[in-house]
Design a protein around this ligand. Structure first.
Ligand SMILES: NC(=O)c1ccc[n+]([C@@H]2O[C@H](COP(=O)([O-])OP(=O)(O)OC[C@H]3O[C@@H](n4cnc5c(N)ncnc54)[C@H](O)[C@@H]3O)[C@@H](O)[C@H]2O)c1
Length: 309
């Protein structure tokens, strides 16, 4: 299996995580086809060795791409990724993340795709969990339409597997960060802090900054996806570090790395989830994966990338 080369369709391959995945697949010798509507993805992220279709996930054109390309595997990253936007416009979120996802799965079944690797969420799935780090069998009670849509596609994957034998792995990521993360959205606090400090602007922390997240470096996420793609299992895995970092600690780490002199400003009260941290015990036992980049190492690499940009 490891030495065999495949044709792989990557949705969202012009985005942050998807583009790193494309690079890794091409590096491993696979042929890659990217489907992305460039709504948040960047042309500059596109690997020149991949074939690119500027197509929306929800479009009927998707079936002719599947028909012509006949991919063996699908990595599904394309999504509306903002939790806040999903709260403001749940219909749009569901349209892209549920209807678009279903359009993709229908095509996967029609084209006899061997397996789908799905970019789900751990951070937005378990709500304010009492078990920390949180494991996969903790009840999934998402607090946003974004989390609900991700959970819905997880359920459809189980259904498509039972009904049509379509194999899958669900990857529930913690908060992913690293080079190429778009600082213009509100998803990537690390890239937002770095770009603000580099342009001598003061980052704003919402609330007291004691809220915690589990930050996972993008290279570790790509490695986990590769192992899931190579495994025969249909399963659901958290991909996190088991370590919590507060927003204040994050600010200090980036501040030290950039030798930024000012202190953070705190604004408003933070009403969101207070704690989020994922156990990676299951993926460690099943696929031998563990995170290799500490938050300190990952921030150093990310800062270097933004500095060189
Ligand atoms: N970044 C994180 O912390 C994180 C955490 C958990 C899960 N995820 C999931 O990982 C995946 C990738 O996230 P990312 O951080 O790389 O975001 P991103 O915005 O960089 O990537 C998403 C890509 O999907 C494309 N896209 C959006 N809507 C589309 C549509 N209708 N048709 C075709 N393409 C479309 C965008 O242009 C973009 O290139 C998403 O599914 C996201 O929900 C991300």
């Amino acid at each position: 299996m490891l030495s065999k080369k495949f044709k792989i369709l990557v949705t969202g391959g012009a985005g942050f995580i998807g583009s790193h995945q494309v690079d890794a697949l091409i590096e491993a010798g696979h042929k890659v086809i990217i489907v992305d509507n460039l709504s948040s993805g960047q042309k500059e992220n596109l690997n020149p060795k991949a074939k690119f279709y500027k197509v929306d996930l929800r479009s009927e054109e998707l079936s002719s791409i599947f028909h012509n390309e006949k991919p063996d595997y699908v990595f599904h990253f394309a999504a509306q990724i903002s939790v806040n936007q999903s709260l403001e416009d749940p219909v749009y979120d569901a349209d892209v993340n549920i209807i678009g996802g279903l359009n993709l799965l229908e095509n996967c079944v029609d084209s006899d795709v061997k397996k789908v690797i799905f970019a789900s969420t751990g951070g937005a799935l378990y709500g304010e969990a009492e078990e920390v780090p949180t494991s996969e069998n903790y009840p999934s009670e998402p607090m946003s339409p974004y989390g609900i849509a991700k959970l819905t596609i997880e359920n459809y994957l189980r259904f498509y597997n039972q009904q049509f034998g379509l194999k899958y792995c669900v990857m529930r990521y913690a908060n992913v960060y690293g080079p190429r993360q778009n600082p213009k959205g509100e998803a990537g606090v690390i890239s937002i802090f770095i770009t603000r400090m580099l342009s001598h602007q003061l980052p704003v922390i919402h609330g007291d900054g004691h809220q915690t997240r589990d930050y996972i470096f993008v290279g570790d996420v790509v490695r986990a996806n590769m192992l899931a793609f190579q495994s025969e299992e249909n399963d659901t895995y958290n991909v996190g570090t088991g370590r919590q970092t507060t927003v204040n600690e994050l600010f200090d780490l980036i501040k030290d790395e950039l030798e930024f002199k000012q202190e953070a400003t705190h604004k408003d009260v933070f009403h969101g989830q207070q704690v989020s941290c994922l156990s990676y015990e299951k993926i460690n036992k099943a696929l031998g994966w563990k995170p290799e980049n500490s938050i300190e190492d990952g921030i150093e690499k990310t800062v270097q990338w933004f500095k060189n940009k």
